[in-house]
Design a protein around this ligand. Structure first.
Ligand code: PLP
Length: 379
């Protein structure tokens, strides 16, 4: 079965109790036990809830892992996975990692004695150099945010295997429709389901998928102990969003490809970043490991002043953080998505005042182009 079909037919989409084609929202906090030493499949909803279970089974199936876990946010998923580590452990993370992951590593897990080194993951030699005797894991995103840098997933997981490290990837930008990292040897896949999986900017949620039973048992223990679980209402809403993932991603990508090409031809635009463009660094690697370029286009205008005027003139896209919604969302990373990053680190990863990140929505691309054209002319 192709992934586009599997999204709707994982085998977990029908309520086993009634046959309902939409999994019911089981709002119960607790479940009756039949005796003091016998419970059914559920006892308490932090430990397990039938609505959340269905969602967890769906994401595990789509990512090709053994078990999925739903959390109250993408950061809750990331932080819960980092709880696999102990004081004295060290991680090597991509330098252009999601800002919230950078913050939680540098400001919170550092206090718990868990250290991280940030390097350019497009260069395998740099990752290798950063590995120490106490390194436990590699942590990455591909394409990265916001410059859509491509990491070779096969090479990174080969290095991890060689060094006995866990390989953890945040697959938010691609979703399992476009990229299934477990196929390339990754051990844990994480999502901010707030973005494309939910797809409608109406939900905060996170997911993690473990590739093997041992990791699944460890994450299950953390999920239940730490307790940052996703509630049944949001689990339902997320399953509803996932049903249209293929339709939405196909439209996001089509629009993004048109916009990226069009932006490249504009005199006001200095540089365009989009994995579908000829000449995008790492494009061949990306195409060997993903089924499409995704829906994010970043670009630089000629000057910072022009960029600010442009952003004050665009009408259709929402000016805001986040991405992956049906509506276009335009972000000024330097003061918005990347505000929490140390200015030196921001500069190092290329987030400067002339940069714009555009999460292309499913509007008619003609209208988006007309709007951008007018805003660029005023810049
Ligand atoms: C938004 C985002 C997160 C964090 O997810 P939340 O749901 O906002 O907690 C993590 N990784 C990436 C790539 C993201 O875009």
């Amino acid at each position: 079965m192709k992934i586009g079909t599997k999204i709707l037919h994982t085998g977990n989409e029908i309520d086993p109790a009634t046959g309902a084609v939409s999994i019911p929202i089981y709002n119960a906090a607790t479940f009756r036990q039949t005796s003091v030493d016998a419970s059914g499949p559920y006892d308490y909803s932090r430990s397990g809830n039938p609505t959340r279970d269905a969602l967890e089974a769906i994401i595990a199936s789509l990512e090709g892992g053994v078990k999925g876990f739903a959390f109250s946010s993408g950061m809750a998923a990331i932080s819960s996975v980092f709880l696999l580590f102990s004081p004295g452990d060290h991680l090597v993370a991509c330098e252009d990692v999601y800002v919230g992951a950078y913050r939680v590593l540098t400001k919170l897990f550092s206090r718990l004695g868990i250290e991280a080194t940030f390097v350019d993951f497009t260069d395998i030699a740099k990752i290798r150099e950063a590995v120490r005797p106490n390194t436990r894991a590699l942590y990455l995103e591909s394409p990265s945010n916001p410059l859509l840098k491509i990491t070779d997933l096969r090479a990174v997981s080969a290095l991890a295997k060689e060094k006995g490290l866990l390989c953890i990837i945040d697959n938010t930008f691609m979703t399992p429709y476009l990229q299934r990292p477990i196929e390339y040897g990754m051990d844990i896949v994480i999502h901010s389901a707030t973005k494309y999986l939910g797809g409608h900017s109406d939900l905060i949620a996170g997911l993690a998928v473990a590739a093997d039973a041992k990791l699944a048992a460890q994450i299950k223990f953390i999920q239940n102990s730490f307790g940052a679980v996703l509630g049944p209402q949001d689990s339902w809403l997320l399953m509803r969003g996932i049903k249209t993932l293929k339709a939405r991603m196909d439209m996001h990508q089509k629009g993004a490809a048109r916009l990226a090409e069009w932006l490249q031809g504009r005199p006001e635009v200095k540089e365009v970043f989009f994995p579908g463009l000829a000449g995008h660094p790492g494009r061949e690697i990306h195409e060997s490991q993903a089924d499409g370029p995704g829906g994010i286009v970043s670009f630089r205008l000629q000057t910072e002043e022009m960029t600010k005027i442009f952003l004050s003139r665009v009408r259709l896209p929402v000016l805001g953080v986040s991405l992956g919604g049906v509506e276009s969302i335009i972000t000024y990373p330097v003061t918005m998505s990347h505000a929490a990053m140390h200015p030196d680190h921001r500069k190092r990863v290329g987030v400067t005042g002339d940069l714009v990140r555009f999460s292309v929505g499913i509007e008619d691309p003609d209208d988006l182009i007309e709007d951008l054209d007018s805003a660029l002319r005023q810049a």
